[in-house]
Write a protein that binds this ligand. Structure first.
Ligand code: FMN
Length: 374
């Protein structure tokens, strides 16, 4: 395929064309215009009725429509799955209607957008629900640490251990949320299996101490994730279903003693389904990435672990070298809505203001200057 973008990042080698981050790629039924995707980022600004996104979100995501793929902030599939203040949901008609403004705005600008479905499990707090509830998880094991609540930082609580009925209902809630995402105009969904939230809690060796079919061996601990993925794929089609994982990520007090067994087993189980993609967020176990890449026959998205601050320039060769098909960037997209253009032209980058990452108004959200105005 001929490389069409104007910068010298296209390298031609003796008759073969190296794939560049600016080449298109097919993901499920969609032709993405480039291989630079926006990583999911919780922004805690769902101020609309019933935890629905506010009109600001439509502007924010539409500004970033030049990404090959936008993956939204984590979006809860049910009430109990909400871990943080002002995160949006995908479990009510009001929310579906509000998300429709977002997807319409992105599509008008030619973008492709997947909703990330995030159930936070034990990483929540009773103060973050409208009605008195206790977060649930695979086992009644409290996470070490504290979390954001409207009343400031508070200790995590002991979650209620999910019954078999809770587990089955939650799987169905993921499927229903995926159907809602399609009704809201999303092109697909990404299931959040990373960062110590519910799916990774089941995968872990410390948050999951169950002795039934969802606990114990790696084979049993991958069961919940495979059930969720299969249910979502059955609901909206495998080609519109992606999964994000973060092997061995200790975030949110996760321990995965046997991740070198668990993740290859999980990937082996899911590969035949023909999902839209597998999205690996690298943290402490980058050595596992090439193995998973080798195992996975579909599109492989990587959020690479890189020491120091990112400029994009040091990650782009990962596409050329074949380590991944698509790269995701979080903070760079937060601060640079026109990131693919900036990377293609090696233009200067705005820096993200992390003090405005969670909550607040348009400041630090939709007001980062575009290249022409910076
Ligand atoms: C403000 C913020 C919110 C985030 N929220 C989510 C989220 O909702 N879901 C998720 O999977 N990852 C989330 N992440 C992780 C990012 O997707 C990404 O993996 C991480 O920021 C590292 O990539 P980066 O260095 O390109 O930002 C978040 C990161 C940031 C900075």
């Amino acid at each position: 395929m001929a490389c069409s973008h104007p910068v010298p990042i296209c390298l031609f080698l003796e008759g073969t064309t190296m794939t560049t981050p600016f080449d298109p790629i097919k993901v499920g039924p969609y032709e993405l215009k480039n291989r630079i995707a926006m990583a999911p980022m919780t922004r805690s600004r769902a101020y609309g009725p019933d935890r629905s996104p506010s009109p600001m979100a439509a502007e924010y995501y539409a500004q970033r429509a030049s990404a090959g793929l936008i993956i939204t902030e984590g979006t809860q599939p049910n009430v109990i799955g909400q871990g943080y203040p002002f995160t949006p949901g995908l479990h009510s008609a009001t929310q579906v209607q509000a998300w429709r403004q977002v997807t319409d705005a992105v599509h008008t600008k030619g973008g492709v957008i997947f909703a990330q479905i995030m159930h936070t499990g034990r990483i929540g707090h009773p103060a973050n629900y409208d009605t008195p509830l206790t977060p649930t998880g695979p086992s009644a094991v409290q996470a070490a640490g504290q979390t954001f609540t409207p009343a400031g930082m508070q200790d995590f609580v002991v979650p209620t251990e999910m019954t078999a009925g809770d587990i089955r209902r939650t799987v169905q809630d993921f499927a229903a949320a995926a159907r809602n995402a399609i009704d809201a105009g999303f092109d697909g969904v990404e299931i959040h299996g990373a960062n110590g939230y519910l799916l990774q809690q089941f995968l872990s060796t410390n948050a999951n101490t169950r002795s039934d079919e969802w606990g114990g061996s790696p084979h049993n601990r991958i069961r919940f994730t495979t059930e969720v993925v299969e249910a979502v794929a059955a609901a909206i089609g495998a080609s519109r279903t992606g999964l994000r994982i973060s092997p061995a990520n200790p975030f949110n007090d996760i321990v995965e003693d046997d991740y070198t067994q668990t993740y290859p087993l999980l990937v082996e189980a899911l590969d035949p389904l023909g999902l839209a993609y597998l999205h690996v967020m690298e943290t402490t176990a980058p050595d596992l990435t090439p193995l998973l890449r080798e195992q996975w026959n579909g599109v492989f998205i990587l959020n690479p672990a890189t020491p120091g601050s990112r400029t994009g320039a040091e990650q782009l060769p990962l596409i050329e070298g074949g380590a991944a098909d698509i790269l995701t960037f979080g903070q760079l997209f937060m601060a640079n809505a026109d990131l693919p253009h900036r990377l293609a032209t090696r233009a200067p980058l705005n820096e993200a203001d992390m003090s405005k990452a969670y909550g607040g108004d348009a400041s630090g959200y939709t007001d980062y200057p575009a290249l022409d105005n910076s």
